[in-house]
Design a protein around this ligand. Structure first.
Ligand code: SAM
Length: 289
């Protein structure tokens, strides 16, 4: 049989100058929703993979790194998170991690019902039953419109959306970050999956600069997530609405120990070390180290 390869679509910010390709073992699902093309592949290197509009969303071997960083950096940056909003996140991985905390409710708002259905069916190891949890509320809506309805409400907002495209372009505008800040309670925390530092540098810089105008403290965190086809670190940007209750290392370590969460990547040391930027990057991003 001829080898089958998946070629990732070029990311919007870069010209068609480099493409990544992954060898496919088996095509598990391919279909179209009203919003996007959805594909599930079994691959030799990354195990099962979810792909939307030809862009990799997650893989079986390293989704835990992505979801643990996205969720726990934010959850441990708040002293007592109770109300959480996940925007996007239709695969259920962020929800799974949020529910490990003693929260009251976690809302997931994804525009595409089909991503949730396909993820439950073909990638059950991602949500691990989280959609059935009593504390989870699922909304099939546009996350931009949904966020506008809230004021002073969520302790944590997690932006787990697709890369900027027709559907999600609004998540990368300053107006949306103002709506998010309004929807957050006084000591609220926002985290955004922001892309790869090399390939999507301009995106990272633009999100960082926009958030700096609205939030009290903005930090750039890095992790290596091989399946997301970066030739560099993957970036999570964390923004605190107020610094009055900002937890320190000792406090995070105590809570981490007490909660005894079942985690494989995030820990209090990584919480801080992942925000240490190399000099060239701090300079390019104009970040004070
Ligand atoms: N881990 C991913 C990555 O690396 O890009 C993100 C995963 S998650 C599957 C992304 C979700 O964002 C998709 O299910 C998509 O339907 C959702 N999404 C895109 N635009 C949206 C919008 N305007 N409102 C709500 N959800 C949106």
């Amino acid at each position: 049989m001829r080898d089958q390869w998946f070629f990732e679509k070029t990311i919007p910010e870069i010209l068609d100058e480099s493409r990544t390709s992954i060898k496919i073992k088996k095509k598990i699902y391919s279909g179209k929703s009203s919003y996007q093309k959805i594909e599930v592949f079994d691959t030799l290197v990354f195990g099962r993979m979810l792909v939307l509009d030809r862009v990799v969303q997650l893989s079986q071997i390293d989704e835990f790194i992505y979801h643990e960083m996205l969720v726990h950096l934010a959850m441990f940056s708040h002293q007592n998170p109770k109300k959480v909003l996940i925007i996007g996140g239709g695969d259920g991985g962020a929800l799974r991690e949020v529910l490990k905390h003693p929260i009251e409710e976690a809302c997931v708002v994804d525009i595409d019902k089909k991503v949730i259905e396909i993820s439950k069916k073909y990638l059950p190891f991602v949500s691990k039953g989280a959609f059935k949890n009593k504390r989870a509320k699922i909304f099939i809506e546009d996350g931009i419109k949904f966020t506008k309805k809230y004021k002073n409400f969520f302790d944590i907002i997690i932006l787990d959306s697709t890369d900027p495209s027709g559907l999600s372009i609004g998540f990368f505008h300053g107006k949306f970050y103002q709506d998010v800040s309004r929807a957050l309670a006084e000591n609220g925390v926002l985290i955004i999956q922001s892309g790869c530092i090399f390939e999507q540098f301009l995106r990272v810089k633009s999100i960082y600069n926009k958030l700096k105008k609205i939030f009290f403290e903005v930090k750039i965190h890095q992790a290596c997530i091989p399946s997301l086809q970066c030739s560099s670190e993957y970036i999570f940007i964390l923004a605190l609405k107020s610094v009055s209750q900002k937890p320190n290392y000792k406090n995070i370590k105590q809570r981490y120990k007490k909660l005894n969460l079942d985690l494989e990547y995030y820990n209090p040391e990584i919480h801080f070390s992942s925000a240490v930027l190399p000099k060239y990057l701090a300079k390019k991003l104009n970040v004070n180290t």
